[in-house]
Design a protein around this ligand. Structure first.
Ligand code: URA
Length: 196
């Protein structure tokens, strides 16, 4: 990855502006904003829904139970967590982990748009309904749309299930793996053999 491309500084600047954001009511209840983290020069961006309790406490995305599964998914793809970028649609925790409201998504989406413009990933993998609908409002639900590639800001997007859903629905792991292979295919890659 090229050093000196300014991406780390630009992402840090965004994180600082996110920390000062009061565009929606969620800022009142947050302990920490969760801008996202990872390799600024990555080719893969994962987008989840919103911080949960663990993420709100630590200020880092996907550090709870769903995050452990997401990390296993990333490892199975042949990457380490630090080699991709992980963000959410919402940067602040909704109370009680309720589903984000449309007004909150609309208020927060510009931050994600800025992040995507800086990172310029080669492929985006959305996790669950919220990021799918945020990028593609006309989409049907994730059960119908998973694995169906579309373009957003000229970047290919592969929607798949949210890891929290996979934790409750073991049978969804197999189709999710098919989707993750589509993500790799966008990079001209196939999964590494198990154990390697
Ligand atoms: N679920 C999400 O969608 N995002 C997180 O950061 C954690 C759990």
């Amino acid at each position: 990855p090229p050093a000196g491309d300014g991406k780390p500084e630009r992402l840090a600047d965004l994180a600082g502006r996110i920390a000062a954001c009061t565009r929606c009511g969620l800022c009142a209840g947050r302990r920490n904003p969760v801008p996202g983290e990872g390799d600024p020069d990555t080719r893969i961006l994962f987008i989840g829904e919103a911080p949960g309790a663990d993420e709100d406490q630590q200020g880092r995305p996907f550090v709870g139970a769903a995050g452990q599964l997401l990390e296993r998914m990333i490892l199975a793809m042949g990457f380490r967590r630090e080699q991709v970028f992980i963000a959410n649609v919402l940067k602040c925790r909704p109370p009680g982990n309720r589903t984000p409201e449309p007004g909150e998504v609309a208020a927060c989406l510009p931050w994600l748009e800025h992040q995507v413009a800086v990172i310029a990933p080669a492929v985006i993998c959305t996790l669950g309904n919220t990021p799918l609908k945020a990028l593609r409002p006309e989409a049907a639900g994730i059960t119908r749309e998973r694995g169906r590639r579309f373009l957003w800001r000229d970047i290919p997007v592969i929607p798949t299930f949210h890891p929290s859903y996979l934790l409750r629905n073991e049978a969804a792991k197999k189709p999710c793996w098919e989707d993750l292979k589509l993500v790799l295919a966008e990079l001209g890659l196939t999964p590494p053999r198990r154990g390697s």
